[in-house]
Design a protein around this ligand. Structure first.
Ligand code: F6P
Length: 365
């Protein structure tokens, strides 16, 4: 075995992570005879005593249809601001030098970091400190720049669409308004695309602050047209005009990561208060991230894994694999993390939705 490479999965899990791991291990070992090790629990596995394991063909056998990540992950383990408990208090400490040393002590040539915005920012910072890095874009939210799409997103849209199809029949039978809260903290891609595919009547996304009166008017207008039920999709990051995102835990209460949730209940309460109709709230939550990846995400994850190994072979470090059109290519990691990929409020998808009569929460002109 000539070369050793490592892979880790960081941030929230997402369907397709195992496809990437398998793609890396199979292409590195079968076609190059390289050794691959897996760092456990994201960058956490390089803090303190490193936690890692050999990844062989046997370790990746049968994992393609499995959700989650066989390596574990963490969305709290930023080594540049690592939470350390001292005298009952939590301090954030920069442990990046320790992580860099641990990495080099493992005798590894390069690290493949599979993750979203947070993980890739850490990867970029560690690359500056001398860890040769290749990034792979992951997130169900699809909010990363530098790639047309992240893996995991397609599966999440399928899950939400299926839920919307199921909710239609019960909403119709009971003549209720069903409010479905979906993930999407900054970007409304899941809500918008699944809402379109699942024929939602109202779709609320973070990019378009919503007007409750306009939402209620749309439900009333629908009723006047003979539809006595409505389906409202609300991305967790959606918020009312002159209001704020609904936060369950602030960053300081939750180790630097704001936990969103509750906009669905807010919208449902407002609709019943203003229209005196029966409402129900369904929070799809982590169901959207769990379970088997769609065929699209299995294939995209596999392609990304294979491409990541190619980049290491060519010593093109600091790059992130990316899908551009139908082609897998690569971009500088910085291009993916310097801003978010958000829904364009005046873009084609939004215009299509509005032309179809879907209410996106805008106040009447
Ligand atoms: O970034 C993906 C995501 O699913 C967001 O949509 C959501 O806000 C967040 O992760 C939830 O993370 P956690 O697993 O920490 O609750």
């Amino acid at each position: 075995m000539s070369r050793t490479i490592a892979i880790l999965t960081g941030g929230g899990d997402c369907p397709g992570l195992n496809a990437v791991i398998r793609g890396v291990v199979r292409s590195a070992t079968l076609t190059r005879d390289w050794r691959v090790i897996g760092i456990e629990d994201g960058f956490d596995g390089l803090v303190g005593t490193p936690r890692w394991r050999e990844l062989t063909l046997a370790s990746v056998r049968g994992i393609l249809p499995r959700g989650g990540t066989i390596l574990g992950t963490s969305n709290r383990g930023n080594p540049l601001a690592y939470p350390v408990e001292e005298n009952g208090e939590t301090r954030l400490v920069d442990l990046s030098d320790q992580v860099v040393k641990n990495f080099h002590d493992l005798g590894v040539e390069a690290l493949i970091a599979v993750g979203g915005d947070g993980t890739l920012k850490i990867a970029r910072a560690l690359q500056e400190k001398g860890v040769p890095m290749v990034g792979v874009p992951k997130t169900i939210d699809n909010d990363l720049r530098g790639t047309d799409v992240t893996f995991g997103y397609n599966t999440a849209v399928n899950i939400v669409t299926e839920a919307l199809d199921r909710l239609h029949s019960t909403a119709e039978s009971h003549q209720r308004v069903m409010v479905v809260e979906v993930m999407g903290r900054d970007a409304g891609w899941i809500g918008l695309e699944a809402g379109l595919a699942g024929s939602a009547d109202v779709i609320l996304i973070p990019e378009i602050p919503f007007d409750m009166t306009a939402v209620c008017d749309a439900i009333e207008a629908r009723k006047a047209r003979g539809s006595k039920f409505s389906i409202v999709v609300a991305a967790e990051g959606a918020f009312p005009i002159a209001g704020q995102k609904v936060v369950q835990l602030t960053g300081s209460e939750n180790l630097g990561v704001e936990r969103l949730g509750g906009v669905g209940a807010f919208v449902a309460d407002e609709i019943s208060r203003l229209l005196h109709v029966e409402t129900r709230v369904v929070v799809l939550g982590h169901v959207q991230r769990g379970g088997t990846p769609s065929p699209f995400d299995r294939i995209l994850g596999s392609r990304f894994g294979v491409k990541a190994v190619e980049l290491i072979e060519q010593k093109r470090y600091g790059r992130m694999v990316s899908l551009q059109g139908r082609q897998v290519s690569d971009v500088d990691i910085i291009d993916a993390v310097d801003s978010l990929n958000l829904v364009d409020p005046d873009g084609d998808l939004v215009r299509t939705a509005e032309a179809l009569g879907v209410m996106l929460g805008r106040a009447a002109a």
